[in-house]
Design a protein around this ligand. Sequence first.
Ligand code: HEC
Ligand code: HEC
Ligand code: HEC
Ligand code: HEC
Ligand code: HEC
Length: 485
Amino acid sequence: MSAMCALLASCGSSSTDASADMSAPVDASMKADIDELAELETPDMVSKPDLGDNMTITQSELLHKSPEDCGSCHEVHLEDWSGSMHAYATKDPIFVAMLQKGIKETEGKLDQFCIQCHAPVASKLGDTPVVEDSGVHQMPLDRTIPIVEHGVVCTTCHATTSVEATLNAEFTLEQGAVLYGPSGSDAANEAHVSAGFGEVKSSSLLTQSLVCGSCHNVVNPKGALLENTFSEWYAGPFNTGDPSSDKSCQDCHMPLVEDEVVKGSTRMMRRHTFVGVDLALIDDFPQKDRQLKLVEELLQQAADLKLQRVNTVNTGIALRVDVKNINNGHALPSGSTADRQVWVHVEVFDQHGELVFESGMMDENGDLMDRVDGHSVTPDGDPDLLMYGSLLFDEEGHHVNFPWQASRSQDFLLQPGQTGWREFRIEPEHLDGVTSVMVRATLNYRTFPPFLIQQLKDEGFLGQDEVPTRVPVVEMATRTISFSL
Ligand code: HEC
Ligand code: HEC
Ligand code: HEC
Ligand code: HEC
Ligand code: HEC
């Protein structure tokens, strides 16, 4: 079995029973395969001379440094990162609500599983314990500790020495007071040592997608594949070994720019905005306008939408919509695909502007009618819906909404370069008196469906006004055609 195959739920069964220890490691054969991959790519560290006497800071003190401490010199990095989803990872009210629900439902067995990626340094240093109070388990996040409050902090990536496996936060943090950068320059080392921030060494790991891989692949303790971004990239067209066409996660999500690497010193550096698809939903989060603009820009170049009329055997109308995943290093959508929705809204208007056909519309709650019970008030109301995402199932094959409940996932994603399409038919009986039509197809992206947010609110894990139930919809592309009948 290849390393890639091992990460796909369909080619390696690794489900365990419901009572299994939630902190149990993933299937051993799966891990062995992934280890092989990690071993293959883990780079050598280039050591600097030992500066023993100058090291006045312990490893724990260095790892506990807040991004704000780094920002006193790296102002631009701090600003970029502050508006990124890495900074949002534990501020995110939907994550926190799911975390508490999961800890409660599993009676604490979920333990560090979620937080090990959403506040990785804090989790590894033991700052995020589960507590039990009269039989009820929860994880009180102590937000006075900066590395709990700030999620995926600077030291996460900059103190990583190696990636053991490309899933479930299987990376190792440095044991000494050392940070890693792409160059390990004398200037960096001297500045850090004299400011009491330990040493700086170089690590080529930071220049590879591998450093992102330990978190951007998620398999839950029951063996369900929840996120597969790294593996999609690994098997994709941007990782063929041809340097002229290959692109790393960093190339697309940390573009090179000329800016101030430290106050007063400008050179080429990496943007730390980590733009993806997600939008911060809380008021108290910096640069939300910039985030929306960057997300729109990214999504609007990520798909090619085609709309055409095709011949029919009868007198109705047949339309074909094609969606192609382009300029993208992995699937569309990717990441937490059980939450993400990419779908096509098709509207057909007659010569009077009256709607004669529609698919991809929302129900009264804003939900899409995806034929899954519990998602929409009219689950069967849109038999033609063209949507991409994934579904989660428990051991009995029942559909579930939350990541820790699943023992299996089934996805409907567009891999890089792949085209998906559907034909929409409008039968002649719906076209009485229609002489011409205008057709509009819109490709939409949404990060969460309303039913999921509503459920967390109804169960008291999320405040009614904490986040809107209907999150913004981003239009990725739109096409129109008109013709006479
Ligand atoms: C998710 C991982 C990650 C986080 C979090 C992160 N960085 Fe980085 N950083 C990188 C990577 C990867 C590079 C190098 C990329 C390359 O050169 O190919 C880098 C490069 C740098 C550099 C060298 C100059 C440059 O930008 O190329 C500095 C300085 C830096 N980071 C500071 C910070 C600070 C300060 C924070 C927190 C505010 C931070 N980083 C958070 C991954 C991260
Ligand atoms: C006292 C100022 C200061 C503080 C505080 C500081 N740095 Fe730096 N750092 C520097 C200087 C100066 C450089 C060298 C800049 C250059 O490459 O031109 C540097 C370089 C770096 C590099 C790039 C190293 C390389 O290999 O190229 C990284 C990564 C980095 N710092 C991360 C951090 C992180 C993370 C923190 C907080 C824990 C931090 N720094 C705190 C001054 C500082
Ligand atoms: C220690 C774990 C960890 C590592 C390492 C990591 N990430 Fe992330 N990343 C996360 C988490 C957790 C989130 C989601 C936070 C949230 O929204 O709650 C995230 C979110 C993102 C997003 C935003 C996705 C969206 O939907 O908008 C991008 C882009 C991203 N990461 C890119 C990277 C890149 C590139 C690297 C490597 C340089 C990297 N990450 C390394 C944990 C990690
Ligand atoms: C060729 C450019 C490119 C490369 C390489 C790339 N991405 Fe992306 N990424 C995109 C685009 C475009 C989107 C928005 C469309 C989408 O969601 O797929 C995106 C979205 C994302 C998201 C949000 C996905 C979602 O739908 O919720 C995450 C997380 C992410 N990328 C992480 C990564 C990681 C980690 C890597 C490396 C393993 C990587 N990306 C490599 C272009 C790229
Ligand atoms: C192996 C690392 C990892 C683990 C373990 C993990 N996550 Fe995540 N999580 C991520 C990454 C990476 C993303 C970003 C993916 C994207 O944007 O599509 C993410 C995104 C999310 C999001 C969407 C963020 C938002 O608000 O848009 C939620 C919610 C979430 N995770 C909840 C959980 C819960 C609950 C658990 C535990 C059952 C969990 N995660 C375990 C890495 C992890």
